[in-house]
Design a protein around this ligand. Structure first.
Ligand SMILES: [Zn+2]
Length: 382
């Protein structure tokens, strides 16, 4: 048994924990760049918590582009920033991580980007970064990669480095209380997927398994509850915890075919990541169970799927097929759409399948799926 666990220096979880921010960052210097999304209100309240610091706001409206990050890095350098805080959804946190990492490393961003650049490793620690999620789903506050869109190349690529791991992940469930239902559903489905895929991943380890078990149990009961009543604050808290545990699990055990598909599809179509994951999840689980029974009946992943069945249904006698039934029912309850209703053309299926086969997440899938199986999943979800 060999494994590594990379986590932020400090993880702070709890209702109203944002109020502790000033004290938490007191050792990180007094020049702060606060990265936020379209609405600056949350960033302004962060400014209010950092009265002794000189602060500047930087807005990233959608998934960050190369240009967004380059401008943010310029801003950080020009202001001689000592700390980067990201407060927002996964895209904002990824932007904050990328800006903090690139602000201290010399040269051009393309030196460090995968696929479209040279993919060199970052050699210097970034500026200290504090990640504060306002959605419950991506787990970006505890992962060491940042997804960046290249408009020129029409793809999304990753900047990956242990130096991108935030110093502090501050998860305050209160920040998710006002999330609109649509965002609650899409990000919640991402959280569920990011707990299920690492549990059966080929790189799973006992530590991430523990996080996944605890997270799946909570998200299974709280996702339907919070969609029904956004003011169910206990369910909001459980979703925030599930999202955090999913992030820790995926960062250390990898994902699987759902994210293998979602990566390239996110670059090709303008659809929310979590929704793509939610649409595909039951079909991938079905295909994986089928392929494992056929070609790897002794795989521990089959026991993993049985366990998922018990965790989501709460029944000690449940098995893999019961878990699959639960996932299908939840998709119906939450009105999860189809790929066709997202405007994804059927002709694109072979192209998506061949790109997905090469995606890094696909390598952690519990069994290698054939090109035919990959296309069949997309057709079933279309
Ligand atoms: Zn995801």
């Amino acid at each position: 048994m060999n494994f590594e666990l990379s986590v932020p220096e400090k993880i702070i979880f709890g209702k109203s924990s944002l109020a502790r921010l000033g004290q938490l960052v007191s050792g990180f210097g007094s020049r702060v760049l606060i990265v936020h999304g379209a609405n600056p209100d949350r960033a302004r309240s962060v400014e209010g918590l950092l009265e002794k610091s000189t602060t500047a706001l930087y807005s990233v409206r959608n998934e960050p582009t190369i240009e967004d990050i380059a401008k943010g890095v310029e801003e950080a350098k020009a202001r001689e920033v000592t700390l980067v805080i990201g407060i927002g959804g996964g895209s904002v946190i990824d932007a904050a991580k990328a800006i903090s990492g690139l602000a201290t490393n010399p040269g051009d961003m393309l030196d460090y980007l995968e696929v479209i650049g040279r993919g060199n490793p970052l050699t210097k620690a970034g500026l200290p970064c504090v990640a504060i999620p306002t959605t419950a789903g991506t787990g970006a506050e505890v992962t060491k990669n940042a997804v960046i869109a290249s408009l020129d190349h029409q793809v999304k690529v990753s900047l990956r480095s242990p130096f991108l791991l935030p110093r502090i992940a501050l998860v305050d469930p209160e920040l998710t209380y006002s999330l609109p239902t649509k965002v609650t559903i899409a990000t919640g489905l991402d959280a569920l997927t990011q707990l299920i895929e690492p549990l059966v991943s080929s790189r799973a380890n006992p530590a991430t398994d523990g996080l996944c078990r605890e997270g799946i149990r909570r998200v299974a009961r709280s996702l339907p509850a919070v969609v029904q009543d956004g003011k169910d604050f206990t369910a909001r808290e459980e979703m925030a915890l599930g999202s955090l545990f999913g992030g820790l699990a995926l960062a250390n055990a990898g994902l699987g075919a759902v994210h293998g598909f979602a990566g390239p599809m996110g670059g090709m179509f303008n659809a929310p990541h979590g929704l793509i994951c939610g649409i595909l999840l039951p079909f991938v689980v079905d295909a994986n169970i089928h392929a494992l029974r056929l070609r790897a009946p002794d795989s521990t992943a089959l026991a993993g799927y049985d366990e998922i069945g018990r965790l989501v249904t709460g029944s000690p006698d449940a098995a893999a097929t019961d878990g699959l039934g639960w996932l299908t029912d939840v998709s119906k309850t939450l009105n999860v759409p189809t790929l066709s209703s997202l405007g994804i053309p059927k002709e694109s299926i072979p192209g998506i399948a061949s790109k997905a086969a090469k995606a890094s997440s696909m390598k952690a899938n519990p069994i290698e799926l054939t090109p035919h199986e990959l296309e069949a999943i997309l057709e079933a979800a279309w």
